[in-house]
Write a protein that binds this ligand. Structure first.
Ligand SMILES: *Cc1c(COP(=O)(O)O)cnc(C)c1O
Length: 375
């Protein structure tokens, strides 16, 4: 199929752009000997797991369903972290996962024997109490009152038997300088136990495939843990794997005026790009400018009845008209994993652009996908 023939709305993931990211990550693996796994929370497009598996060591999950997806569709190293595991799910998790990371020592005590008996690895998530992001409390696992990770004051050296690794996850879209700061806090608070471990997991939030990311400093951080403590180092980025590798294509349905020009699109910020409202941020849009930069400025809004279903104000060289197509960028991550059918919105189709430039619609959704989640 050609681009103009695709149904809208649709997410397109570009294999070539994805592979470009995977090659950068693979370079870090090759130069340092660390292991890198996909955090499926950001990107679970399993059609592309075979490609991702060619470059990364496996996947990590936040619970049974993601773990099962990684097990079924990637079939490599399979890790899981959950703030607390359910008794009725732990057996299946132990069966399909290699590393099971616990958020508290009470969870360790409850489930450790099962994990060890199955020959799998037990890890503990620590909270180094080192906030390196400002103004983003919902993305800061070190914020006061956080439910994530064991703090130094609650750490139980008497319960370390059978625990082979420590895990921390404190970053969000950050550079390696913040990782270095965090590692200092990890060493300061948990240093005495690091050499008793086999592995350490640096979590996600490393924006490794962003242009200005300091890869040499990341590699220095990895080598520091390898050399000083003899640890195997894991990274589990989500965003960085599919950063700037996807698009959301939408069609203008109508234009109207209310003190400013408004265009209604066949997509929705709240349903199809929820991070635009939650993060919040302004997604890049091809062939557009800031409000007022080009001659024709529009407020772009969605089809739902939510007044705040606004993607943003953008300007164009020509007036928008019904039938025009717009292409939002960086829409592979935290998009199709978070979308909803709120207000009866249809879900965007999922499309792959392969390396020869062809488009393949791999999944289309309809009324049944809305109805089946209700009763
Ligand atoms: C969200 C998350 C990740 C991935 O984070 P990105 O910001 O997408 O890189 C990795 N590990 C854990 C435990 C997470 O919660």
């Amino acid at each position: 199929m050609r681009l103009e023939e695709l149904p809208t709305p649709c997410y397109i993931v570009d294999e070539e752009l994805l592979e470009k990211n995977l090659k950068i990550l693979n370079g870090v693996r090759e130069r340092t000997g660390c292991k890198i796994i996909l955090a499926q929370k950001a990107f679970s497009m399993f059609k592309l797991y075979p490609l991702i598996g060619q470059y990364l060591n496996g996947a990590t999950a936040s619970g049974l369903y993601e773990a099962r997806l990684g097990y079924e569709e990637m079939g490599k190293e399979n890790h899981v972290f959950s703030p607390a595991y359910r008794e009725d799910e732990i057996d299946e998790i132990v069966e399909i996962c290699d590393h099971i990371i616990f958020n508290s020592f009470s969870q360790v005590e409850k489930f450790k024997d099962k994990v060890l008996k199955a020959g799998k690895k037990v890890g503990v998530r620590i909270n180094p109490e080192c906030s390196t992001q400002v103004g983003h409390a919902i993305y800061d696992p070190c914020a006061p009152g956080s439910r994530f990770g064991v703090k130094q004051e609650h750490f139980r050296p008497d319960l370390l038997e059978g625990i082979s690794g420590l895990h921390f996850h404190t970053l969000c879209q950050q550079n390696a300088d913040d990782l270095e700061t965090t590692l200092n806090a990890v060493e300061e608070k948990f240093g005495p136990w690091l050499s008793e471990m086999e592995w350490i997991n640096f979590g996600g939030g490393h924006h490794i495939t962003r242009e200005d990311y300091d890869i040499p400093l990341l590699e220095k951080c990895i080598k520091r843990m390898q050399d000083k403590y003899g640890l195997e180092v894991y990274l589990e980025p989500g965003e960085a794997v599919a950063l700037n590798a996807g698009f959301l294509v939408t069609t203008v349905l109508d234009t109207l005026e209310n003190g400013m020009e408004i265009a209604i699109l066949d997509t929705s910020a709240t349903c199809h790009m929820p991070d635009v409202l939650e993060m919040p941020y302004r997604p890049p849009l091809q062939e557009s400018g800031e409000a007022g930069e080009k001659p024709f400025t529009y407020r772009l809004g969605g089809q739902t009845c939510l007044a705040g279903d606004i993607i943003g104000d953008y300007s164009f060289d020509q007036p928008l008209k019904s039938g025009d197509r717009l292409v939002f960028e960086d829409m592979a991550i935290y998009s199709m994993v978070k979308n909803t059918t709120f207000n009866g919105m249809a879900l965007p189709a999922i499309v792959v652009k392969d390396k020869s430039g062809d488009y393949e619609v791999v999944h289309e959704f309809g009324y049944q996908d809305f109805k089946m989640r209700l009763a």
